[in-house]
Structure formats: structure tokens, C-alpha cells
Design a protein around this ligand. Sequence first.
Ligand SMILES: NC(=O)C1=CN([C@@H]2O[C@H](COP(=O)(O)OP(=O)(O)OC[C@H]3O[C@@H](n4cnc5c(N)ncnc54)[C@H](O)[C@@H]3O)[C@@H](O)[C@H]2O)C=CC1
Ligand SMILES: NCC(=O)COP(=O)(O)O
Length: 334
Amino acid sequence: MPEQLPAIAITSGEPAGIGPEVTLKALSNGTAARVAVLGDANWLDSLIKKLNLSLNVKVIQDISQAEPNDGTTVFVLHHPVVKTPRLGQLDADNSSYVLQLLDQAHQLAMTKKVDAIVTAPVHKGILNQGAQTFSGHTEYFAAAAGVEQVVMMLASEQMRMALVTTHLPLRDVPSAITPQRINRVLSVCHQGLQALGIEQPRIRVLGLNPHAGEQGHLGHEDDAIIAPCIQQFQQILPTATGPYPADTAYSKEMLATTDLYLAMYHDQGLPVIKFASFGQCANVTLGLPYVRTSVDHGTALNIADQLIASESSMSYALQFAAHSATGHHHKAAK
Ligand SMILES: NC(=O)C1=CN([C@@H]2O[C@H](COP(=O)(O)OP(=O)(O)OC[C@H]3O[C@@H](n4cnc5c(N)ncnc54)[C@H](O)[C@@H]3O)[C@@H](O)[C@H]2O)C=CC1
Ligand SMILES: NCC(=O)COP(=O)(O)O
């Protein structure tokens, strides 16, 4: 008896960016899932023609009408754009449209009408201009779900990278590194990796300061805050270790014995995994009541009108979501 395929909602993201393009390209390759795209059906149809893809748009009224993605039909839950987009040109008037897609996807996931959400990129700057304060999908879905702590994790074949803090100015990072937050993040990471089938994950926690503070000479947070949290958490998970100096934590030996790096802030962790795996990497939100994955890139406005974007990360994110939703360990991930 074939297993029931998971149902996935893809939010097509900023309409002037590469999100709709990579969504359509990925779906034209087929996916082992029932997939509905949330977005403007006319805009998606016009892109299909520009991209010369052999895909048909079928507007559906209900997610249950989405059939397995066989690379021929895109099932669309239609939301009209406010203004006809121009590729590469942001328009704040479409911010409410972009957020509507997220809201519907969240509702579908909360009511278990879909098993997972995959998000195409949005432009955070224009959303803040046009609609409301928006720092990222991660924070948006956490607030919508009423979850105190979620964790952004990027996963590839080479490594997994999670963050203690996400989208906040660098100057606000040290005060956000509190024992409470570190403990909550470690717990979410532990549970998240167990859900991926790693019962006793080896979590390497990075320090905040150069050389993990150099015994207090280069900052006090590593010894005073991060190290005691790790020691305490070792009672639950002895394989959580650190704090490690971030600049020397990626030797071959360390990589081979690490299930998850935990970085203190966005640009401590993400450049490393993007350098190692850009395009073959998914952004996964741990701690939500549903599966949510995303691409490893942004709206790429600089290339949007050329239609040359690679769909590889979207395909990876879709596959990761499908495997997570069915409880299968994502084989491509480390
Ligand atoms: N998941 C999301 O919603 C994300 C959204 N963003 C947002 O995207 C906007 C632009 O961010 P940037 O820092 O410029 O990063 P970006 O990822 O959009 O672009 C960085 C560089 O990578 C190239 N690139 C990105 N994706 C590509 C693809 N699929 N194929 C080929 N080339 C690709 C771009 O052309 C550009 O040269 C920002 O507003 C940011 O907040 C950024 C990351 C993730
Ligand atoms: N740099 C990662 C990023 O901006 C994606 O964040 P999110 O929108 O997935 O929260």
C-alpha cells in the first residue's frame, strides 16, 4: 500500500523577486508530495510562459484539491496581487499580499490541512515599509503560533547550523544572550534533532567573543553566561559541549563529530554554512507546531528580471519538508 503523500503549502513570496520563479522551476521537476502554491495565479501563469516551462496552472478552492506534484500542473490557492509586479522592482503596495500568503499558510498548517509549509523569500525591507514590523518568517510564524522560542537552523549535507539570536542589530546581541534564552534554544535544538532521528545529538556551542572570551580578557559572556548554561544542559544532553572559539570550530575532525553547531548570532553562523553549501541547503524552523522550511537565499532582485535563478535550494527545502512531514530522516542532510 503506497504511503499517503504529505501535503505542502508553498508561499511564493515577494512577487518581484525570484521566489515565484524558483517555486515554478522546482515544481516542474516533480516532488513526492501534494503541493499547493499560495500566490497570484495570473502572475504565476505569466512567469511560466516567460520561463517556457511545460506547466499548467490550476486554481483550486481548497487544499484537498491539490494532487501529487508530477511536474505538469501547479495547483494554486489564488490571492490577487495588489499591483502587477515588475521583476526586480519592489512595490510596498504588494506587502499586504505577501503577508496574506504567510497568514493562510499558517492557518492551513495549524488546522493540519497541510503537513508542512515551504516559504519562498520575502523582502524584509519592503514589508516594513508597506505593512508592519517584520523581521523574518521565523519570528512571524513563532508569534502567530504563540510559541516563545523557535530556532532558525540551516541544514545541508556538510553541516547543520542553528542560531541563538536571529534578526536583530549586532549591538543588541550581547544583551540577548541570556541563560534563559540559551537553555530554551538548547532544548528546542535537542528536540528538533531528535525529530530528525538523532537521539543524542552532538551540539557544539560557539562562543560569542573572539577565542571564546580568552578567559575573560576578550569579553565576559562566554565564561559567565554560555559555559554555565552548557554545563547545566549536559545533565540532560552530555553531548552538548562548548563554548568553542568560532574561528577554529570547523576543522575536518570537528565537522565530522558535530551534528549541530549553535552560533550566537546570524552572521557568526550563516556565512559559514552558506559558504559551504549555498544552493544545497534548507532553512528549517525548529520549535513550531508544524514543519516549516525555506530556501537559503533571498529575493535576489539583481537577477530577477533575467530569470536565471537556480531552484536548487527550493528543491532541497521541499524535499526536506516532505521527509520531515512523513517522519523520515532527511537522507540528504548530514
Ligand atoms: N527566506 C527569506 O525570506 C530570505 C529573505 N532574504 C531577503 O532577501 C533580500 C535580499 O537579500 P540579499 O542579502 O541580497 O541576498 P540574496 O540571497 O537575495 O542575494 C545574494 C546574491 O546571491 C544571488 N542569488 C541568490 N539566490 C540565488 C539563486 N537562487 N540563484 C542564483 N543566484 C542567487 C543573488 O543574485 C545575489 O547576487 C533581503 O531583503 C533579505 O531580507 C534573505 C534571505 C532569506
Ligand atoms: N538569513 C536568513 C533569513 O533571512 C531568512 O529568515 P526567515 O525569513 O526564514 O526567518
